[in-house]
Design a protein around this ligand. Structure first.
Ligand code: FAD
Ligand code: NAI
Length: 428
């Protein structure tokens, strides 16, 4: 009997296993595919290898090398004496026991479900035709598509639109909503989309896909008229759904949320879980909170601390995120619209990359920073950026927000000259 069973070895599962093992817990971790999960094998790492490759042929050559190197690093970390890696699918027998298809049973006082998510296909005619792929299918292509149609202008859609446009594909995006990237500040999203339009990507906003026939995507435009786009490859980028099938969650008596996520409380413990003498948690994409690799990792860290009876102060309400388009977009904290809706008193301060010396020197003058804070340059609430190295700049503001600092304190912090980070203290 181990102290902890973890199902899934993505960034949620494997990082949690290592943290637990380093703190003396005996861990059994189950993985049905490759260690590293979506993020390392078919998500964050391969896509960012594409972003940092000059051509499509360089990208497809480098991708397996980068993935393999990182995967073997994870395998080494998981060879810790306190960790047993079981390379099989796990499913529940009861609240503290799991079984594998080969008939092995494992029990533990605590169980963490970290099974991740997979592509959610929209229910339209032709969605199963060979030209329709998800992000994993697109990353497996060996030939650059001449015409790529992307359904969905969310994070996956925008990242692939940006990179395949740069590789030379003719990219058309079809999106249901009025603006791209529904999760980020609409001002930033609009400016980024306009810039990507200038780069040659065609956007069809407020358009609902009706059917896909022989590579032609038919959709209703905002006036209700039918239009179509011909493509060699169609990317389905319309969201992801939690992986719960085959886990036999019935044994835990759990009722899934409407979006298929496992319901958890603020400490990621499963709500209303039938567990006789153990505790069950769900971390990462499967709980549907924030589908980000770093969210999964920190949730797992927190759960292990709970199991060990240790207090921590991780701020899950301060979750930075980035979209690796060209240029990047990134944010932390509520958008301007969300602040207005919540009737939180705030003021907004903006600065533009074109006035920043380093941005000019780098020929990266396209970009904007928006900082939201309490009135009178008070406590920082959020930061939204599009422009070169947006993710790194948002990370700096994340530290200030986590520590409860004000805009005045940010302004009074000496910034190296010339750097892009000066744009943060140049806000008006
Ligand atoms: P996963 O990484 O999905 O891992 C779950 C693991 O569980 C899988 O390996 C699976 O095989 C295994 N598993 C499932 N069921 C069982 C079972 N019954 N028994 C045994 N094993 C099982 N996030 C970012 O933060 N930054 C990015 O740049 C980024 N880019 C992305 C790009 C793409 C194309 C995609 C698709 C996602 C991207 N994400 C990114 C999101 C990120 O990949 C996920 O948020 C992250 O992988 C979630 O981690 P997880 O551990 O919850 O699940
Ligand atoms: P998403 O939820 O970000 O975007 C899906 C988009 O598809 C939405 O804009 C939605 O309006 C649109 N859509 C839905 N149905 C449609 C239809 N019928 N016709 C046209 N458009 C339709 O989901 P996405 O992009 O699939 O990403 C899934 C998750 O993966 C995200 O939650 C994100 O957190 C994570 N991810 C994170 C990355 C990062 O951190 N850089 C990179 C890639 C993914």
């Amino acid at each position: 009997m181990s102290n902890l069973i973890i199902i899934g070895a993505g960034p949620g599962g494997y990082k949690t296993a290592i943290h637990a093992a380093q703190n003396g817990l005996q861990v059994s971790i189950f993985e049905q595919q490759h260690v590293g999960g979506t993020c390392l094998n078919v998500g964050c790492i391969p896509t960012k290898t594409y972003v940092h490759s000059a051509t499509f042929s360089e990208a497809i050559e480098r991708q397996p090398q980068v993935v393999e190197q990182l995967r073997s690093g994870v395998e080494t970390l998981l060879s810790h004496p306190n960790i047993t890696l079981v390379r099989e699918r796990a499913f529940f027998v009861d609240g503290h026991t799991v079984e594998t298809p080969s008939g092995q049973r494992y029990s533990a006082d605590n169980i963490i479900i970290a099974t991740g998510s997979s592509t959610k296909y929209i229910p339209v005619e032709g969605v199963n035709s060979p030209c329709v792929v998800d992000s994993t299918g697109l990353l497996a292509l060996k030939e650059l598509p001449r015409r790529l149609c992307i359904i969905g202008a969310g994070v996956i859609g925008m990242e692939f639109a940006s990179v395949f446009n740069r590789f030379g594909s003719e990219v058309t995006v079809v999106e249901f909503l009025k603006e791209c990237l529904p999760a980020i500040d609409s001002d930033i999203a609009k400016r980024l989309r306009k810039l990507m339009e200038k780069q040659g990507i065609r956007f069809n906003m407020q358009c609902g896909v009706k059917r896909i026939v022989d590579g032609t995507v038919y959709f209703a435009n905002k006036k209700g008229q039918e239009e179509s786009v011909e493509a060699d490859v169609v990317l389905m980028a319309t969201g992801r759904k939690p992986n719960t099938e085959g886990l036999n969650l019935e044994a835990l008596g759990i009722t899934l949320e409407r979006n298929g996520a496992i319901p958890v409380d603020d400490n990621f413990e499963i709500i209303n879980c039938k567990s006789s003498n153990g505790r069950c948690f769900a971390i990462g994409d499967v709980n549907g909170r924030q589908m980000l690799a770093h969210a999964a990792e920190f949730q797992g860290h927190h759960v292990v601390n709970r199991i060990l009876g240790r207090e921590d102060h991780i701020r899950f309400d301060v979750m930075p995120a980035a979209i690796f388009t060209n240029p990047e977009a990134a944010s932390v904290g509520p958008s301007e619209d969300q602040l207005k809706e919540a009737a939180i008193p705030f003021e907004c301060h903006k600065a533009f990359y074109r006035a920043n010396g380093k941005a000019l020197a780098m020929s990266e003058t396209e970009g904007m920073v928006k900082l939201c804070c309490e009135p009178g340059e008070g406590r920082l609430l959020s930061c939204h950026i599009y422009g070169a190295h947006a993710a790194d700049l948002v990370q700096e503001v994340t530290a200030y927000i986590t520590l409860g600092a004000s805009l005045q304190q940010l302004r009074e912090t000496v910034h190296i000259h010339p750097t892009l980070s000066e744009v943060l203290i140049e806000v008006n």
